[in-house]
Write a protein that binds this ligand. Structure first.
Ligand code: C2E
Ligand code: MG
Length: 340
């Protein structure tokens, strides 16, 4: 449904409906420019105006893309220019990041860090949460907060998440072979991965290939995942748990699950979101929420884990509330496997 029309000497308008993201417009323009240059030898310049940001009527959009193309010709550095320069910067940054994220797996730039989860009473290590890191050759350490949303948007989270799973299972099997205490490795399951029909099979094959017993693996899903399509979600989780792996609910407290609601899901533990833990000793509301989650979790026979514990005071407080396990900088930040 792409429409083209001449709009001047040497000038063509190309109208592309349904472009969702500015970086897709940038990608399209770059491809167009490259294709023209390689097939015809004619150097083209592309100017981009986006609706609704740059205008909502055709004449306005054509006028603004004309301005952008003239700027591209005049300045001669870039063959592709957006009408809005801030949009241009954003689009090309995203495009660069996206392209290098595609290469990251192949170039072995991803690393799994592990953060211990500790029993409140004995302070023994119960498990390790796997948290992915991207060591980019130029940008250095890119935080998952920056690239996971992009990976989810582009579907790259599927191969990335699968790699994190396989690597974490391999690592835990190695720890067990070394004779270390048997712990579980906890791997985040993105809602995007959750919707894939191949999920179950990929978990089973990761365990098999790593020769890790299912009790060595936990998958973390967020509370918000439980909200949409609860019966289907419960079925998928039930099948995974049927294999013998643990299921935990991450970021708990940020959604609106009730006791009755939670009872429907086959789960082993609840992780209290860090936002309630930070001020648990000073903010009565946060203390009330943490208390409610712990009581609710225990009445459902679940293990309750507090995330983001940074101080002895928070730990002491959570101990009084009979929280079972904690994770946070107090014990250790996420670290590479050889330091875990
Ligand atoms: P999250 O699941 O809520 O992970 C917890 C984050 O809190 C981690 O940030 C961790 O480093 C940080 N953290 C742990 N203890 C403390 C503490 O005591 N204080 C403070 N201030 N922070 C603490 P990180 O590793 O940067 O991960 C950020 C987010 O990226 C994660 O949030 C998760 O949503 C996502 N993510 C990370 N690894 C993966 C992955 O392998 N797959 C998927 N799908 N998402 C991932
Ligand atoms: Mg988490």
């Amino acid at each position: 449904r792409i429409a083209t029309a001449p709009v001047g000497e040497d000038l063509y308008a190309v109208i592309v409906p349904d472009v969702e993201r500015v970086q897709d417009a940038a990608r399209l323009a770059v491809r167009f420019h490259e294709a023209m240059t390689s097939t015809t030898g004619v150097v083209t310049h592309v100017g981009i105006a986006c609706s609704p940001d740059d205008g909502t009527i055709a004449t306005e959009l054509i006028e603004r893309s004309r301005e952008a193309v003239l700027r591209a010709r005049r300045e001669g550095q870039n063959h592709v220019e957006f009408f809005s320069s801030s949009m241009s910067r954003w689009a090309f940054e995203r495009l660069t990041l996206e392209q290098s994220l595609r290469d990251a797996l192949r170039n072995r730039e991803l690393v799994v860090y592990y953060q211990p989860r500790v029993d409140v009473e004995s302070r023994a290590i119960i498990g390790m949460e796997a948290l992915v890191r991207w060591i980019h050759p130029q940008f250095g350490l890119v935080s998952p907060g920056q690239f996971i949303p992009l990976a989810e948007e582009t579907g790259l989270i599927n191969p990335i998440g699968d790699w994190v799973l396989r690597e974490s299972c391999r690592q835990n099997a190695e720890w067990r072979r070394m004779g270390l205490p048997r712990i579980l490795v906890s791997v985040i399951l993105s809602p995007v991965q959750f919707r894939k029909a191949s999920l179950h099979e990929s978990v089973v094959s990761a365990l098999q290939d790593a020769e890790l017993a299912p009790d060595g693996l936990e998958r973390e899903v967020t509370e918000s995942l439980l909200m949409n399509d609860p019966s289907e979600t419960a079925a998928v989780l039930g099948r995974l748990r049927g294999e013998g792996i643990h299921i935990s609910i991450d970021d708990f407290g940020t959604g609106y699950s009730s006791l009755a609601y939670l009872k429907r899901f086959p789960i082993d533990s609840l992780k209290i979101d860090r936002s309630f833990v930070t001020d648990v000793t000073s903010n009565p509301d946060d203390a009330a929420i943490a208390t409610a989650i712990i009581l609710m979790g225990h009445s459902l026979k679940l293990t309750v884990v507090a995330e983001g514990v940074e101080t002895e005071n928070q730990l002491a407080f959570l101990k009084v509330l009979q929280c079972n396990e904690v994770q946070g900088y107090l014990f250790s930040p996420p670290v590479p496997a050889d330091r875990a």
